[in-house]
Design a protein around this ligand. Structure first.
Ligand code: 6PG
Length: 240
């Protein structure tokens, strides 16, 4: 399945388009269920999106009161650690917007028993998402083709039952121990938006366009499928 890939001029453009996607998707979800469940990504690409959502330009149209905030992955560090995906979202967006604190469900990255922490978050998702479906999922692409914390050649890629696992990032990564949603969890999502910017992502984007099945043998992002909508927003340097 080739995802719907849209190329826009630069990171600013994809960040604004992603902000519009988030606002529209959140309002639509809330119309049907009274809430919107969002799984955030880490990395540098979504930083501008998070800033925009809390900015004067968007903050008054974001339905903050009905959005529940989850994460697609987290580094196994405390929530105030510089590598924490939760901290990034808090500093750039959640801490600057009228977000009910009870609507934030961060992954317990600080837990020492990583496998137990993954199971705890999986149990939370099963409790809070009866159909296991996030309304909106944001994902990035690593230069090795990873997404969330699903890395190439990881045994987590062949998981068929679990929804959240402890994984290890390659040597040299920020905070090697990670918690991540699995491909089965992503497969339930109603809407997934993949953001990619920069020339290092171009080989992956081109491989997916050329032959999605072949790309899936090499790049975890190419394995992301969903029964819902899968959209990629790429900037001109990453795009085909
Ligand atoms: C993380 C992210 C990760 C990220 C990619 C892309 O915890 O680091 O969830 O999957 O999306 O590594 O990162 P950049 O946006 O910095 O290229």
């Amino acid at each position: 399945m080739t995802p719907d890939i849209t190329a826009l001029p630069d990171l600013e453009a994809i960040s604004h388009e992603a902000a519009r996607w988030m606002v529209v998707g959140a309002r639509e979800a809330a119309l049907f269920t009274g809430r919107c469940t969002v799984a955030l990504s880490g990395g540098s690409t979504p930083r501008r999106l998070y800033e925009l959502l809390a900015s004067e330009e968007y903050r008054d149209v974001v339905p903050w009161d009905v959005i529940e905030w989850y994460w697609g992955d987290e580094r196994c560090v405390p929530p105030d650690h510089e590598h924490s995906n939760y901290r990034m979202a808090w500093d750039l967006m959640l801490g600057k917007a009228p977000v009910p604190v009870g609507n934030i469900f961060r992954m317990p990255g600080e837990a020492r028993d990583h496998a137990r922490a993954a199971r705890r978050y999986e149990n939370l998702l099963r409790d809070r998402l009866p159909d296991l479906a996030f309304d909106l999922v944001l994902l990035g692409i690593g230069s090795d083709g990873h997404t969330a914390s699903l890395f190439p050649r990881s045994t987590a890629l062949s998981e068929r039952e679990r929804l959240v696992l402890h994984t290890k990032a390659p040597k040299g990564s920020d905070s090697p121990d990670r918690l991540t949603v699995t491909l089965p969890m992503l497969a339930h999502a109603r809407n997934i938006l993949v953001l990619a910017a920069g020339a290092s992502k171009r080989p992956i984007v081109e491989a997916v366009i050329r032959d999605p099945e072949a790309a899936a043998t090499q790049f975890p992002i190419a394995r992301v499928k969903t029964s819902g909508h899968l959209t990629w927003l790429v900037d001109a340097t990453a795009g085909a």
